[in-house]
Design a protein around this ligand. Sequence first.
Ligand SMILES: Cc1cc2nc3c(=O)[nH]c(=O)nc-3n(C[C@H](O)[C@H](O)[C@H](O)COP(=O)(O)O)c2cc1C
Ligand code: SF4
Ligand code: SF4
Length: 247
Amino acid sequence: MKVLYFSGTGNSLNVAKTLTENIYSISEMIRENRYEFSDDEVGIVFPVYCWNIPKIVKKFLEKMKIDAKYVFIITTMAGHDYATTLNAEKILNKNNINVNYRNHIRMVDNTKYLTSSDYIPFKTQSEIQQDIMALKEDIENHKEYKLDINTSAKTVSKITSLSTVVISQADRLFKSNENCVGCLLCTQACPKGNIEVEDNKLKFNHNCEACLCCINICPNKAIQAGNSSTEKQYINENVSVRELIEK
Ligand SMILES: Cc1cc2nc3c(=O)[nH]c(=O)nc-3n(C[C@H](O)[C@H](O)[C@H](O)COP(=O)(O)O)c2cc1C
Ligand code: SF4
Ligand code: SF4
């Protein structure tokens, strides 16, 4: 089994690495210009952004070639992904890739965690881990399953696909403070190479994915988005900072 993943704060990476050791970061694959994958099972795991596919993942899917007996798509999300998995399937279908399984898993909401002081995740991490194990069992048994998606969900996802333009500019809300020591961790972790550091000050180049990795990974809590609290940071507890940097 091979799993391709994109992850800002580790939820999707946690799912990917629970499924198999053979995981491949989508941002790294794009940097290496690798789009062809073959194995008995090939899967794609990514977070839902604005009820749709993150731009970087969409770009990757459009170029993908898969030779596998069983292909699966899993989204991680906070509660609503509307037609995201179906949209991803349609992109793969255009490349003559048949999808056998597409499902989603509700995990910690990384946006609410950052912005809402009283946010309580709907499940504990160990309960979420059990949900991941159920997905894993489906996949290992080559279960044929497609999440049911109704017409209104399709319409919502169609409208929100326009938000990708706004998302590249999300970093206009970000600012670094005097706690920045210029350690470059955020620049290394950014999947888009969107951050530069000059005199312990960050420069964002407006090619953002809004993945929130930089804010959550900074050891000095030096990056703030809008009025969000710099005190709160979220990284999935089964994922290390090193793994997020190397993704
Ligand atoms: C920019 C952005 C947009 C998001 N939009 C949605 C959404 O539309 N629906 C949803 O259920 N969760 C949404 N989320 C929450 C994430 O999908 C969820 O927390 C996910 O598990 C994060 O995965 P990661 O840790 O692998 O980055 C959004 C998160 C971000 C950062
Ligand atoms: S990770 Fe934090 S301290 Fe390091 S360069 Fe980025 S903002 Fe500055
Ligand atoms: S600037 Fe921050 S939020 Fe934007 S893509 Fe890079 S790491 Fe993610």
